[in-house]
Design a protein around this ligand. Structure first.
Ligand code: CA2
Length: 164
């Protein structure tokens, strides 16, 4: 049985809003460094995430910014309004204590998402200042990470049951 088939969901309920946030340079996806990040564009990743979210009964908002403060504001705006944040902070992952603090003040589920596996790359990518304030991290699965991250939110909020 496929993983998908083994998950039962109730998509009839309105389960709330997921904020999907992307940090610097991720607007270039599909254009440069395809050997690391693949050929799928950011718009395509967002469409996949939205499709999965809606199937599970969530709606999804998205924002990409190259500015740290804009991401901090987006995290603040999610407070009390969104049930979860899925965030690929880009290189901010490794040093933005402002994003760390903002996520720490968010009450819902936080999924840290990476296309590549930063722990298998240069040593400076091995530190994540986001991981300590995340519910969990999904990394290294490329485009598949998007539906996985949405399912992780569903699982954390009781909208998805694994194992049938
Ligand atoms: O693997 C990931 O998703 C990363 O968050 C991507 C970040 C990197 O700094 C993290 O260590 C891991 C970099 C995103 C840069 O994206 C580009 C996309 C196309 C062309 C150039 C950069």
């Amino acid at each position: 049985m496929s993983t998908e088939a083994a998950m039962s969901t109730d998509a009839t309920a309105s389960r709330g809003v997921i904020a999907l946030l992307h940090g610097p340079n991720l607007n270039l996806l599909g254009d440069r460094e395809p050997e690391i990040y693949g050929t799928t564009t950011l718009a395509d990743h967002i469409a996949t995430a939205r499709e999965t979210a809606e199937r599970l009964g969530f709606s999804l908002e998205d924002q990409q910014s190259n500015q740290e403060g804009v991401l901090v504001d987006a995290i603040h705006a999610a407070r009390g309004r969104c049930v979860a944040i899925i965030i690929n902070p880009g290189a901010f992952t490794h040093y933005s204590w402002a994003i760390h603090d903002a996520l720490g003040a968010f009450d819902g589920v936080v999924v840290e998402l990476h296309l590549s596996n930063p722990n298998a790359r240069e040593p400076w990518r091995h530190t994540s200042v986001v991981a300590p304030v995340a519910t969990g991290t999904i990394a290294g699965f490329g485009a598949h990470g998007y539906p996985l991250a949405v399912y992780a939110v569903g699982r954390a909020l009781g909208a998805v049951t694994l194992g049938g």
